[in-house]
Ligand binder design. Structure first.
Ligand SMILES: [Fe+2]
Length: 132
């Protein structure tokens, strides 16, 4: 078992930081698996093998999404920036810059003109907790 997910001595890290690092490592592994399955599917011609791999990559999408959501729940600032970027049409970079600026100004990650209907979970009050 590797311990590469730690950049600092693990025995000095709080438990919640070690858990966070494990989730980050899992997220990376799920993203790598998605990329590998996409490469395999791009080359595989056998229909049965393709069906198995297509089913497997769907599982990896689920795993990646669960890891990401778990990280968002532990990091309100990250979640707020992601809310300004994810599942939106238009220019990704512009959305990201606006979300980052809105969070830096104490907003919720959405620029005022692009704010969706109120689906806030009161995350803004947790912002400072996510910056430790
Ligand atoms: Fe997975």
């Amino acid at each position: 078992m590797g311990f590469d997910q730690y950049h600092e001595p693990p025995e000095e890290l709080p438990q919640e930081t070690r858990t966070f690092a494990r989730l980050c490592a899992s997220l990376t592994e799920e993203a790598e698996a998605i990329g590998w399955y996409h490469q395999r599917l791009a080359l595989e011609a056998d229909p049965e093998a393709r069906a198995v791999m297509a089913d497997a990559v769907d599982e990896e999408y689920k795993h990646f999404s669960m890891n990401l959501e778990a990280l968002f729940r532990r990091t309100p600032t990250w979640r707020e920036i992601a809310r300004g970027v994810l599942f939106r049409d238009g220019d990704i970079v512009e959305h990201a810059e606006a979300a980052e600026a809105a969070v830096a100004e104490g907003g919720d990650g959405f620029p005022d003109e692009a704010a969706p209907a109120d689906d806030s979970l009161g995350i803004g009050s947790l912002r400072e907790a996510g910056r430790s």
